[in-house]
Design a protein around this ligand. Structure first.
Ligand code: GLU
Length: 478
């Protein structure tokens, strides 16, 4: 059986968008599922808009997502190939040089629009004689190469593995440019040549490329190339159901990376935007995804990129993350919050592990660590809120805190169980309710009346810090 070869072909004219990342992911899953190959092809022939900076960041984002490509190409390295094929089509009279200037084209476009006609190229240079061409050249006009659309424009039917057949009754494109005057190819032309030369078996991209696919099919025909199979993914929408754009908040993978999302969370959300395992499973490891992914389960309707859902996934993965890794990826955010230094000593690292383990159930994204209430307990300065003050003003509170302080201060360390035992002893000794012990204890140590499990908090802070806070609560009230 022939190896399946798919590709992801971004233009490096901006940061990798989540829509592009989903296309990359689906192609990669498809390749993995079929033991095939993923080709990363950078479509950088628009020299003005493309930049190396974006190429590098696309590669970085894909790596971060765990998407691994098998072959890498850049179209700007292949210009000579496109030129050669364009000349071939000219030679076969399937394409021609066009000398119309931008101004002329614009004027005719406007006239067509005014007259209610489609603003397409009118074929003026289709049949220029050698003399006319020569004259244009002597005038110093530059030329582009245009593809000659078949006289009798056939209906184009795109056989789509996701959508079924998609029919285009007439392609109002006119003879389109395949090679620009600076020698660079147009997207459609380079794409067809590369998909063919790179032996792509299945071209899967977003559905906003459907009309391009129809045009490309005409090029396959003219070039006498076999077509790959095609598949078009429905579009991603913002929460307001309009096209996902900057207005919908962060949309680039880089933003999510910087904003404290785990790649697994983004992969999980993207995987389920247009694909479903049909068994209600939501959390997938990459290996499960590659096993279960199938074109049969692709959903052909637009999908909402749902930030709340992404946060939910992120929280799930934060809760599951290995603690050492969580420390590593959280550290930059804690440094931004001025909670920790860059170089953690071994014991500081161990403490941080415990802190993160304790607070992670309430963590949606790592940026939240920059000013997380629960982080303040361990790394911030203690400030009592009004409710905490009120609890500390209970009549029973000073005696409770004094007793607790006395007992804690005899310990070298505090386990959660020891805290429970001491709390019980104090409750019984002073003949008060549990809440009359726990609440002032929490208020004095954390400054609040709710938060993470207090036994765990104390066991991380240790007796010294705990007693210090109990003493200052007592002092400020004496
Ligand atoms: N460079 C095109 C884009 O970024 C690629 C489309 C395709 O996959 O053919 O939209």
């Amino acid at each position: 059986m022939k190896t399946e070869r798919v590709r992801f072909a971004p233009s490096p004219t901006g940061w990798l968008h989540v829509g592009g990342a989903r296309t990359a992911l689906f192609n990669w899953l498809y390749a993995k599922k079929h033991d095939g190959k993923l080709i990363l092809r950078i479509e950088d022939t628009d020299l003005d808009r493309s930049s190396e900076k974006y190429t590098e960041s696309i590669k970085e984002d894909l790596k971060w997502l765990g998407i691994v490509w098998d072959e890498f190409y850049k179209q700007s390295d292949r210009l000579e190939i496109y030129e050669r094929y364009a000349r071939r089509l000219v030679h076969e009279e399937k394409a021609y040089h066009c000398f119309c200037t931008e101004e002329e084209l614009e004027e005719r476009r406007q006239r067509a629009l005014d007259g209610g006609r489609p603003p397409v190229y009118d074929g003026r240079c289709r049949n220029l004689s050698e003399e006319e061409k020569q004259q244009y050249r002597e005038e110093g006009r530059e030329s582009v190469i245009r593809f000659k659309l078949p006289e009798q424009q056939p209906n184009v039917v795109v056989p789509d593995r996701i959508k079924g057949d998609v029919e285009f009754e007439s392609l109002t494109t006119g003879d389109f440019v395949i090679l620009k005057s600076d020698g660079t190819p147009s997207y459609n032309f380079a794409c067809v040549l590369d998909d063919h030369l790179m032996e792509i078996s299945f071209t899967m991209r977003a559905e906003d490329h459907l009309t391009n696919t129809a045009k490309q099919m005409l090029l396959y025909e003219a070039l006498d190339f076999n077509q790959p199979q095609f598949g078009h993914l429905s579009m991603l929408l913002g929460p307001d159901k309009s096209k996902l754009s900057k207005r919908s908040g962060a949309t680039s993978v880089k933003d999510f990376r910087k904003n404290g999302y785990l790649p697994e969370a983004l992969v999980n959300h993207l995987a389920q935007l247009g694909w479903s395992s049909k068994d209600n499973q939501e959390i997938f490891s990459v290996s499960e995804l590659t096993k279960k992914f199938s074109l049969d389960n692709i959903i052909d309707s637009s999908q909402v990129f749902d930030r709340d859902k992404l946060d939910w996934f992120n929280n799930q993965y934060i809760k599951r993350a290995e603690l050492d890794r969580l420390v590593d990826i959280s550290a930059p955010f804690l440094q931004q919050g001025d909670y920790i230094e860059e170089d953690l000593k071994e014991d500081e690292r161990e403490t941080l592990k415990k802190v993160l383990d304790l607070i992670r159930p309430s963590l949606d994204k790592l940026t939240d660590l920059k000013d997380h209430e629960d982080i303040e307990i361990f790394y911030g300065s203690l400030e009592l809120n009004a409710e905490a003050e009120e609890v500390l003003n209970w009549k029973s509170s000073p005696a409770v805190l004094r007793e607790l302080e006395e007992k804690f201060s005899t310990r070298e360390s505090l386990s959660p169980d020891e805290v429970s035992t001491i709390v019980k002893e104090v409750k019984e000794g002073l003949e008060v309710e549990y809440k009359e012990v726990y609440k002032p204890l929490r208020a004095a140590v954390t400054g609040k009346i709710s938060g993470p499990e207090i036994k765990e908090v104390l066991s991380i802070l240790g007796p010294e810090v705990t007693c210090g806070r109990l003493n200052s609560a007592l002092e400020s009230r004496s």
